[in-house]
Design a protein around this ligand. Structure first.
Ligand code: ZN
Length: 215
């Protein structure tokens, strides 16, 4: 597929495109030499995203552990190095964790570590991913006044459900990132997207008018 071109940044939809942005962020796939996708972007959107990308990459890596080779690389070549390098990042992750008391079946209480989900970080990063991929597949910039709503899924959705049969499926970076989407044929700015990161982390987004959460 020949990627569509745009003289305007497809993320902000306003400034001239002077560079390209990876969607999803390339840093999510350390050690993987598979195919990546890029979209036209301005320097401000491109430069402004790297700190968010690194923070979310580290959070996701800490969540998914080392279940797959890609996830293992992500931790060893990415997140773990960032933590070693940066005191600020370490304290940022520690700020998102806290101890919770869990009551077991026998009535005894134990303490576990829980993460506070960085919802606004997911929103910023995956809104950018959604706008970039929308441009690639719809061939048009998703207008900036069209809202993108990000939802984190705690479990893998049941992909055998009939509503998923209309979803188009693509994979990048040796299957480390799989995305599925369905765009409304009459109004393509209304769409639903489903992202799978390293086979174990699920994020859903919807664009345009709010649709019922099908998952
Ligand atoms: Zn921009």
């Amino acid at each position: 597929m020949q990627p569509p071109k745009s003289p305007i940044c497809v993320i902000c939809g306003s400034r001239p495109a002077t560079t390209v942005e990876h969607v999803p962020p390339r840093g999510f796939f350390k050690g993987i030499v598979g195919q990546f996708r890029t979209v036209p972007a301005c320097n401000i959107c491109n430069n402004g995203s790297s700190e968010d990308d690194e923070a979310l990459r580290n959070y996701i890596s800490a969540q998914i552990g080392k279940q797959t080779t890609g996830a293992k690389h992500l931790w060893e070549m990415g997140a773990h190095k960032s933590f070693l390098r940066s005191t600020r990042l370490r304290s940022a992750l520690l700020r998102t964790t806290h101890e919770v008391e869990v009551v077991d079946e026998d009535g005894s209480t134990t303490t576990r570590l829980a993460f506070v989900v960085p919802v606004s970080l997911y929103q910023r990063v995956f809104e950018r991913v959604t706008r970039g991929l929308h441009f690639l597949h719809a061939g048009k910039i998703l207008p900036i006044d069209i809202p993108v709503q990000i939802n984190l899924l705690t479990n893998a959705p049941d992909l055998s459900l009939p509503e998923f049969q209309i979803f188009e499926k693509h994979s990048i970076a040796e299957d480390a990132f799989v995305y599925r989407f369905a765009l409304n044929s009459e109004e393509p700015s209304n769409g639903v997207w489903l992202f799978t990161i390293h086979g174990s982390h699920w994020v859903q987004s919807s664009t345009g008018v709010l649709v019922d959460n099908a998952f």
